[in-house]
Design a binder for this molecule. Structure first.
Ligand code: FAD
Ligand code: MG
Length: 296
């Protein structure tokens, strides 16, 4: 099959890109492996008109609205390889099938690599988070922890007092200098510098190696991130090194460094969220359309 655009990644960014192309009656295939970044969370916050909706409901409604357009097709699959051909791109899926696209939109998201602390991954998206704007408000100004994972955690620790009484757990991952200690003190942050044994409890208890148990309402930590798929690197897209990890370099129209390839959503921006993914996706969709119309 030959499509105007093959979109790799069918979450918020990819579906939003597809919507613009569908409305221009262009043929679109969305290939999606179903690993949305927020699949661990029960509510998604901060997206205007849908504040607090379950992330899977948002995704399912998006998919239904997109697939109502007759020129859009969907494939639940992992795209394994994209190759440049003379007249476009060849996309190979797991299994034997492959499809052609005149343009490619990469909406592959990112993968979070969590700090290695027993009990943390089971609580990811429920009581352990990375984004205060997404999940801080619901903690009701309660007891908040910041788990240091690198020097970047300093930024987190200075932010969180706006959402509740904050304890900064250094856990051997970061040591603030005297200036940083003064900044933390000015924001009212309490520092715990002992090692943590594990997270436990029905809700969230921090069990310190010295045996103390510190109950919290929520814990924030910074993850290291990698692109959601090796496909962008394999296509030769340029990346930018960002504090949390590598992101696909794009211009203001979401065009990547490879002609005919666009990128949007978390894979191509710093500190993404649903609203920004939808916005970048809309830009990538219209830019891919312009490129088809005018042979750019
Ligand atoms: P994603 O949603 O990550 O989707 C990428 C898609 O691409 C996945 O379906 C994946 O399977 C697919 N894919 C990747 N590679 C391939 C391939 N080779 N072939 C086929 N498919 C592929 N944001 C908010 O605005 N509000 C919140 O409350 C919020 N809460 C969050 C809670 C948690 C725990 C986390 C981790 C994140 C949260 N976010 C929240 C951030 C939000 O999840 C992301 O910003 C958003 O999902 C980015 O959308 P995206 O479309 O760029 O990528
Ligand atoms: Mg960008």
């Amino acid at each position: 099959m030959n499509y105007d655009v093959v979109i790799i990644g069918g979450s918020y960014a990819g579906m939003s890109a597809g919507m613009q192309l569908a409305r221009a009656r262009r043929s679109v295939l969305v290939v999606d492996a179903g690993q949305r970044r927020n699949r661990y969370a029960t509510a998604s916050h901060g997206f205007l008109t849908r504040d607090g909706s379950p992330p899977d409901v948002l995704a399912a409604e998006g998919r239904a609205q997109l697939l109502a357009y007759p020129t859009v097709e969907w494939l639940d699959a992992q795209a394994q390889r994209v190759e440049k051909t003379e007249d476009g791109f060849l996309v190979s899926m797991d299994g034997a099938s492959s499809v052609r696209g005149q343009r490619i939109i990469l909406a592959i998201g990112i993968t979070d690599h969590l700090p290695d602390l027993p009990g943390l991954k089971e609580r990811w998206g429920r009581t352990v988070f990375h984004c205060p704007y997404c999940h801080g408000y619901e903690l009701q100004q309660g007891r908040i922890g910041v788990l240091a994972s690198s020097a970047l955690s300093m930024h987190h620790a200075l932010m969180l007092p706006d959402w509740g009484k904050t304890t900064f757990f250094l856990n051997g991952s970061f040591a603030p200098d005297s200036e940083q200690q003064a900044a933390l003190q000015a924001r009212g942050v309490h520092i715990e510098d002992g090692p943590i044994e594990r997270l436990s409890g029905e809700h969230l208890d921090v069990v310190m190696k010295d045996g103390r148990i510190i109950p919290l309402d929520g814990l924030f930590t910074t993850t290291r991130t990698t692109p959601g798929s090796p496909i962008a690197a394999q296509l030769g897209c340029e990346f930018e090194e960002m504090p949390m990890g590598m992101q696909i370099r794009t211009d203001s129209t979401q065009a990547s460094s490879v002609p005919g390839v666009f990128a949007c959503g978390d894979a191509a921006r710093l500190a993404g969220n649903v609203a920004l993914a939808v916005g970048d996706g809309a830009m990538a969709g219209t830019a891919a359309h312009r490129s088809l119309m005018f042979g750019l």
